[in-house]
Design a protein around this ligand. Structure first.
Ligand SMILES: Cc1ncc(COP(=O)(O)O)c(C=O)c1O
Length: 396
């Protein structure tokens, strides 16, 4: 099938809800992907912070093969060893005591929101159900996670949204304090806002939220769907702040591209999720948890968070040295980096692609880079060179 026909069929047969890049990707290996015309690209999108071990990592491919040939799916009415081992590994490497598995980031946040409501009602007061999240956040596309997402463009057309959500400016402790009242059950934040433009909060923000929650019994939920699994230079993004949440949500890179979500929480919170209160048919199948186990073991064993910290510094140093009039700010942590421009990001994203580098945007004016954690130093420098050329071309 030729590329032109494939793209015509894509336009004809898909619902039109994605603004797609005009290439068809057919193969990937490590930090690189190839399109249907045989063009090679450096992939600094990683499926939006998903394929952290790169494409077709042998450990992941091996785990997929073995799991597919052993046991793909059974219901959660049975125990399965890979799911138990993965939960144990996550607990051993985090603040959490308990893990619930599902299939996506939105579902992990849905689980956290439902948990917050049930915990609020049963352990705090019957009218403590409200969740405070932040403006510019992104928490998913289900109705409840859209309601928690602080970006009106994702609300538009889907009203009325579920009640019980309010948003305050990010990185503003006073605003949270003012918004908290006798109905507040939980605060939901990303340790770094990803989709919203790669915003890193001040050092006292997450500790300040922890304090406000401790004083009022409110649950602190960290959405680590984009920042987790080593991307920011620590296994969990909140480790930079030295505080722990009560609940944490994961997805994206947890199984390097095989769909999975997870909601981790402390014992006293988990106890409200009594048998039958929540569940998922596909959540934590032996297939996906085998792949996640192989992925997470590699991320930890190969010290990829440390690598992300080191290469992230090299990447940001290279970007800051570009000295382009289009660049207003370079920010981020580890290998989650944003370049805020003075103009829309889309032409720069296109020029990068033409130069052989795939990058993301975040908001209108931010180019977002999320390379795999296994990216080579030479590839980081190659990407900086392509970006420099793309910025020069766009500024001209
Ligand atoms: C911080 C954050 N939360 C939630 C989500 C939603 O995840 P999913 O698309 O897997 O539902 C995303 C996706 O980009 C995200 O970045």
């Amino acid at each position: 099938m030729d590329t032109k026909t494939l793209m015509e069929w894509s336009t004809r047969y898909h619902t039109p809800n994605y603004g797609r890049t005009p290439i068809v990707l057919v193969r990937g290996e490590g930090s690189r992907v190839w399109d249907s015309d045989g063009r090679e690209y450096l992939d600094f999108t990683t499926g939006i912070a998903v394929t952290s071990l790169g494409h077709c990592h042998p450990v992941v491919t091996g785990a997929i093969r073995e799991a597919a040939a052993t046991l793909m799916h059974v219901s959660n009415i049975f125990h399965t060893a890979p799911q138990i081992h993965l939960a144990k590994l996550l607990v051993e490497h985090s603040f959490a005591d308990r893990v619930f598995f599902c299939n996506s980031g939105a579902e992990a946040n849905e689980a956290a929101l439902k948990l917050a409501r049930k915990y609020g009602k049963e352990r705090l007061a019957s009218d403590r159900y409200e969740v405070i999240s932040t403006m510019n956040s992104f928490h998913g596309r289900t109705l409840a996670t859209v309601a928690a997402t602080g970006q009106p463009k994702y609300h538009h057309g889907f009203e009325p949204l579920p009640a019980g959500f309010k948003q305050v400016p990010y990185n503003d402790l006073r605003a949270v304090e003012r918004a908290m009242d006798s109905h507040t059950a939980a605060i939901l934040v990303e340790p770094i806002q990803g989709e919203g433009g790669v915003h890193v909060p001040d050092d006292d923000y997450l500790p300040g939220l922890r304090k406000l929650c401790d004083e009022s019994g409110t649950l602190l939920i960290f959405d680590e769907i984009q920042t987790g699994m080593g991307r920011t230079g620590r296994l969990w993004g909140h480790e930079h702040a030295g505080v722990e949440p009560d609940v944490m949500t994961l997805a994206k890179a947890l199984a390097n591209g095989v769909p999975i979500g997870a909601m981790l929480c402390r014992e006293h919170v988990a106890s409200v999720l009594t048998a039958g209160s929540h569940g998922s048919t596909f959540g934590g199948t032996p297939f996906v948890t085998s792949v996640a186990l192989a992925t997470l073991t590699t991320v930890i064993g190969d010290k990829l968070p440390e690598r992300a910290a080191r290469l992230g510094r090299e990447l940001m140093d290279g970007l800051r040295a570009m000295d382009s009039p289009l660049v207003r700010d370079v920010r981020g942590r580890g290998l989650l980096v944003g370049i805020e421009l003075t103009k829309p990001a889309a032409p720069v994203v296109d020029a990068c692609r033409e130069g052989g580098l795939l990058v993301l945007s975040a908001g209108e004016k931010v180019v977002r880079l999320a390379p795999p954690l296994i990216v080579e130093p030479a590839q980081v420098q190659q990407a900086v060179g392509i970006l420099r050329d793309a910025l020069a071309k766009t500024a001209a």
